[in-house]
Each structure stands twice: as structure tokens, then as C-alpha cells.
Design a protein around this ligand. Sequence first.
Ligand code: 5GP
Ligand code: MG
Length: 178
Amino acid sequence: MKDIKLHDKTFEIYIPETEIAEIVNSVATAINNSGVEKPLFIAVLNGSFLFAADMMRKITIPNSEISFIKLSSYQGTESTGKVNELIGLNQDLKGRNIIILEDIIDTGNTLEKIIELFQNEELTSFKTATLLYKPKAYNKDIPIDFIGKSIPNDFVVGYGLDYEEIGRNLPHIYKLKN
Ligand code: 5GP
Ligand code: MG
């Protein structure tokens, strides 16, 4: 398949959409079989919008809900380590079974920040699901409950993931070409 150019960089195909669909299916199946009741999925925007949309169509747990938050730690192709404020969470989380939906977990800074923000809420349970995970970059002790696919420390785009805001619409996931 053809390489693509976004801004100044060239990307090559890495995870075709057929494989993405299989990964999404496997994550949804694991959550469906986990025994969680009446979950409140919280998708982390912008990157997770397609993953969240595709996942929810495969979730069969009765009374599932979804909400969206926004919080970002990336500039260009490297994590800045800084995490911005949280927007979008205004419902009562007391007694809820939360499942975070992330597009990708890299250093874990974003996840750590989300957990801090949820610390004072009297949640019944808190779990994390991510489409992609970079184990070599992850530097936290927080367990990740549902992982779609572990990948090397490559910069990836497509299927919701951007390079300086473009590329989110690509149906496949691409990686930076060296
Ligand atoms: P972390 O806080 O774990 O370092 O990074 C999490 C966020 O950084 C993700 O939600 C995602 O927006 C962004 N990110 C991390 N790795 C990549 C990548 O390879 N490509 C893109 N486009 N974004 C990434
Ligand atoms: Mg993001």
C-alpha cells in the first residue's frame, strides 16, 4: 500500500483497517466478558473518537454509558510531558464503574493525570482500555486492564491519531517512515 505525506513527514502503513477491526473486537469481547455492570466509558478526546465509536458498537453490556473528556500531552511527534487541563466531565461519578478509553498509552502521563483527577470521586471501580500501548515508553506502575496491541516506540497516525492535527481521518494506522 502507498505511503502518505502529512506536513513534512512520510508515513508507511502499519496496521491496516481489517486488523484494527479485529483488535477492537478483541478489546470489546474482553470487556463484555469481564463481568463489569452498567459501565460508564470515558473516552479521551481527540484521538480516541474513532476507537470509542467502533468499540461501543461491539459492547453488549446492558445500560452501558459513554462520556468524553479532553486532555492532551503531545506537541509534534514527541510527548511534552506536560498535560493540559480536563474538559467535559460534569456528571456524578459516585458508585460508577469507569472504563477509560484511550487511543494510545505512551509515557502514561495522561493516564496518571486522569487518575489524579478521579481520585476524590467515590468510584466503585476504575479500569483502563487502550487501542495501542508502547511498553518501552510507559514509566508508570498503573496497570492497564485492556490492551489492544502493544507497539514499539514508533510515532503512529491515522484512525483518530494525528500528526499536528492532520491524519485523524485515515482508516489505517501508519508509522513514521525512516
Ligand atoms: P502519554 O501521556 O501516555 O505519553 O501519551 C498519551 C497521548 O499522547 C495519547 O492520548 C496520544 O494523544 C498521544 N500520543 C502518544 N503516542 C502517540 C503516537 O505515536 N502518535 C500520536 N499521533 N499520538 C500519540
Ligand atoms: Mg491524544
